[in-house]
Design a protein around this ligand. Structure first.
Ligand code: FES
Length: 511
């Protein structure tokens, strides 16, 4: 089994051994390109660049697929979370067509890689079904249908949908797909290493000095590269990207059904947040995957409840034989609905980023690899300006941008100006965590399954927001930019690079 950035086990991580890097670092630690992050975005980007003649290294803080790639539900779509109505409104009709083209190119890249490297990752073409359940949703569905079609994507009316849920209207969008993301990434990683690339796992990047080249400080010594790509969702440091992206959690389960009526295609309702459904073969066994109940990271007091609500929802419509896996995962929403792929704002042209994929990480990971390849090889591409992280759109995404900022500000104020009175240390049950105030000190307390209390500072080491307990994944999650820490404060995901400070409880009590 591979490790992931949460306590729960996903369908993908349970059935696969950790990836073993084949190529070792020799004394020459100078590379053309250093890619930070060994998920689907980082590995695909590194492979494309290595194949194009660049000498690349992937630096991964944990192990391959530790982050969202190990926790995705792996829907591969051209029908996106940000509907083409919104894309057209924010970016214009021509750009909506470009987005549709880019997502088509992403699916083609996956198919080409699978055929070229003979990858066994249970890939299947599929249709996506989007269904409306009331009049208002039906009106919205009509608008989405025409904007999607106008963007150049085939859309049909659907008389049936793949799930036993009543609906008013539905559309079918062919040309989508599904696969096992970890098997895909492992095969690409192998191809990358066969082409001479190097993957260094358990290697956390602590900082980059941008001189003539990028000097990269890591837990495994220093590296140097002509260019660096952050494929970590959100880069560390303080950056405009942190204000233009908001972290979200989504919940998923993989179940065995009693009646063998596993839906072949992908299916989505129109609630906000929406529910999503599909089936995946793993080791020749079908699993029905359902997900939903998304919320902003660190903004849900009882994350376990999200899993319970998802289970209740699935039981209402499906005859469950066994719940095999339940887990949650993180993604980042951009302020205007399109990802940020390109030069990292506020940095020299040594540093690049790919983030803000929303719920379409599989598709946008491949779009990112194609766009970054064009940029780093100095090739023209119409997608470069479309996804430019430095794009200035005073109207597009402005409302979201303000909301994100306001929430970030609120968290800062909460930390520095709270006048909360002294609270008794909370009584915790095993597995629970809570931020309490003790002699004007805020303390993050967690009681583990053995009854042992872990006390750490709740102050996120990124920009000092206060973390919140995630009981579903037994982690401390930061509501500001999505950094996550283990129960005893070890960094799980950036933008933080340092652990939460440990508190010696005995000393504190003696004060
Ligand atoms: Fe930025 Fe915590 S992730 S303050």
């Amino acid at each position: 089994m591979i490790k992931r950035d949460g306590n729960r086990v996903s369908l993908w991580q349970a059935n696969i051994a950790p990836y073993e890097s084949r190529n070792t670092i020799n004394n020459n630690r100078y590379f053309d390109i250093a890619v930070i992050g060994g998920g689907i975005t980082g590995i695909t980007t590194a492979l494309l660049l290595q194949e194009a003649g660049k000498n690349c290294v992937v630096l991964e803080a944990a192990s391959l697929c530790f982050g969202t790639t190990g926790g995705t539900t792996a829907h591969i779509n051209t029908l996106l979370d940000t509907p083409y109505t919104t894309i057209s409104k924010n970016f214009g009709d021509e750009n909506a067509k470009l987005v549709a083209q880019a997502t088509n190119a992403a699916i083609n890249l996956i198919k080409e890689n699978i055929s070229r490297y003979k990858i066994d990752c249970a890939f299947k073409d599929a249709s996506a079904y989007l269904f409306a359940q009331d009049e208002k949703q039906a009106e919205e569905l009509g608008r989405i249908r025409s904007a999607t079609s106008q963007a150049g994507i085939a859309v049909h009316s659907a008389g049936n949908i793949p799930v036993p849920i009543s609906f008013k209207q539905a559309i079918q969008v062919p040309g989508q797909a599904k696969f096992n993301p970890v098997q895909y990434v492992y095969a690409l990683a192998e191809a990358f290493e066969n082409a001479g690339g190097v993957i260094v796992q358990h290697c956390r990047v602590n900082g980059i000095n941008e001189n003539e080249t990028a000097d990269i400080e890591t837990t495994q010594g220093n590296f140097r590269a002509e260019r660096v790509v952050y494929a970590t969702h959100i880069p560390p440091g303080v950056n405009l990207i942190h204000l233009r992206c908001a972290p979200y959690r989504s919940y998923a389960m993989a179940v065995k059904l009693n009646n063998d009526t596993y839906p072949e295609n992908l299916c989505y309702d129109m609630y906000d947040p929406y529910h999503y459904y599909r089936t995946q073969m793993v080791d020749n066994e079908p699993y029905f995957i359902a997900g939903g109940y998304d919320h902003k990271t660190g903004h849900e007091e009882n994350t376990q409840k999200c899993l319970m609500e998802l289970e209740a929802h699935v039981r209402r419509y499906f005859d469950i034989k066994k719940i095999a896996y339940q887990w949650s995962s993180q993604y980042f929403e951009s302020a205007d609905g399109l990802p940020y792929i390109g030069k990292l704002p506020g940095h020299t042209d040594l540093v690049y980023v790919a983030t803000g994929f929303g719920g379409n990480g599989m598709t946008y990971s491949q779009v990112s690899a194609l766009v970054l390849k064009s940029i780093l090889l100095n090739q023209d591409s119409p997608y470069i300006s479309l996804f430019d992280p430095n794009r200035l759109k005073p109207v597009a995404g402005f409302k979201n941008f303000i909301t994100h900022n306001a929430e970030v500000a609120k968290d800062f104020l909460g930390k520095y100006f709270s006048r909360e009175k002294l609270h008794e240390l909370a009584e915790l049950a095993p597995g629970e965590g809570k931020v309490v105030t003790y002699e004007s000190e805020k303390i993050a307390l967690h009681k583990d399954e053995n009854g042992e209390i872990h006390a750490i500072s709740p102050t996120c080491t990124h920009l000092k927001c206060s973390v919140a307990w995630n009981n579903a994944e037994q982690s401390w999650d930061c509501p500001c930019h999505g950094a996550r820490y283990s129960h005893d404060g070890e960094v799980l995901t950036g933008p933080a690079t340092a652990d939460l400070e440990k508190i010696n409880m005995e000393e504190l009590v003696e004060k």
